[in-house]
Design a protein around this ligand. Structure first.
Ligand SMILES: Cc1cc2nc3c(=O)[nH]c(=O)nc-3n(C[C@H](O)[C@H](O)[C@H](O)COP(=O)(O)OP(=O)(O)OC[C@H]3O[C@@H](n4cnc5c(N)ncnc54)[C@H](O)[C@@H]3O)c2cc1C
Length: 339
């Protein structure tokens, strides 16, 4: 049995399966309900049932008194739908609404995606979840209290884990440790989420998503979220790397383009190596490929992440090619400040 849920005042709607938690169904379909503990105790996901019936399988949580329940007051992280619903919820509309937390996390997997890129999956403590916007980053806190920024590579709908893509930096304190010594089950501490690199909801312009190297991480999170939301405006995904083996999730990017007519994927190699002799695709700098393809960028929103040199070069070229500055959003992967 599936029920329909309408959210006020946004007018967003989603479907919910029998026995599925309302918060889970909302996040799964890209509707940004606020939340914290996911156990009914913090009240962050508080809202109102305007019509329809909900139920608390584990009993009424402490945050809701019996008379408040009767008046429609509700928390959605521990409740399920018993009919079609109309709910009043203050959806998370900007990064400022999101709580920044310092949390421990366990490294549950370390997987080499290429010679110099590691996929690290972090699991949060059972009672914790991290609300974040697709494209944001966390800061890992090292023993000497210095910090290293890494973008979250998964969509917020899967908030039990955080996926990171770490490029090995020669002589880099943290990434040398990750590549050479770190074992699964290691506990790390981090703070986040940070950053305003996320898709703006007040625009329907076609999107140019541009990744340089591990800049693919936040772009992946954004694209996963757009797909979940069934957003069908044209998306042009450019991924610039040195050689073909650096396209460490090429399979995924090709799958997106294959499964969704509105998504185009353009990988671009900057250094043509012997192994890539049969490469039929684009070569050169990724931002140059973009300006070759689009002589007028004024009708696009551009989101780009990656090395500072790429971001700086692209900013200059794109604005010369008609892109208004307020349609350009970027995360420049600077090195951490040296302590
Ligand atoms: C918002 C944000 C998001 C990021 N997301 C990601 C991500 O998803 N994936 C990813 O791989 N990286 C990401 N980065 C970059 C990452 O944080 C850095 O590469 C980080 O410093 C690596 O840590 P490390 O301890 O291994 O290297 P560090 O110990 O920080 O040292 C790096 C090496 O470079 C040298 N160095 C330091 N500063 C400079 C400088 N300014 N110029 C040249 N050399 C310098 C140092 O001497 C050292 O040898 C992100 C950065 C930011 C700011």
């Amino acid at each position: 049995m599936t029920y329909h849920v309408l959210v006020q005042p946004s007018g967003h709607s989603f479907e919910i399966e029998e026995n599925e938690l309302i918060l889970d169904a909302a996040l799964r379909q890209g509707v940004s309900f606020p939340y914290g503990c996911r156990s009914g105790s913090c009240g962050t996901c508080l809202g109102k049932v305007i019509s329809g019936e909900i139920e608390y399988p584990e009993g009424l949580p402490l945050t809701i008194m019996e008379h408040e329940h009767k008046q429609g007051k509700a928390v959605f992280c521990v409740s399920i739908a018993k009919s079609d619903l109309t709910l009043e919820v203050k959806e998370v509309s900007s990064s400022e609404d999101i709580q920044i937390k310092t949390l421990p996390a366990r490294v549950i997997s370390l997987k080499k995606l290429s010679d110099d890129v590691m996929e690290m999956t972090l699991k949060l403590p059972e009672t914790e979840r991290l609300a974040f916007r697709a494209g944001q980053y966390i800061e890992i806190i090292l023993k000497d209290k210095s910090r290293r920024a890494f973008s979250i590579a998964n969509s917020p709908s899967n908030d039990e884990v955080l996926e990171l893509h770490l490029r090995h930096v020669e002589g880099g304190k943290f990434t040398e440790y990750v590549f050479n010594e770190m074992k699964e089950k290691t506990i790390l501490r981090f703070e986040g989420p940070f950053g305003s690199f996320h898709i703006r909801e007040n625009s329907n312009r076609p999107l140019l998503l541009i990744a340089g190297g591990t800049g693919f991480a936040p772009i992946k999170a954004m694209l996963e979220k757009l797909i979940e939301e069934a957003d069908t405006r044209p998306v042009y995904l450019y991924w610039g790397v040195r050689e073909r083996s650096d396209l460490y999730r090429n399979d995924l990017a090709e799958k997106w383009a294959f499964q969704h007519k509105h998504i185009s994927y353009i990988p671009v190699l900057s250094e043509f190596k012997e192994n890539d002799i049969d490469w039929q695709g684009r070569t050169g700098f990724v931002h140059k490929a973009v300006i070759e393809d689009f002589t007028d960028l004024s009708g696009f929103d551009v989101y780009m992440a990656g090395p500072p040199v790429m971001i700086d070069a692209a900013k200059t070229s794109f604005t010369q090619q008609g892109l208004p500055e307020d349609q350009l959003f970027s995360d420049s992967f600077e090195f951490a400040k040296q302590a």
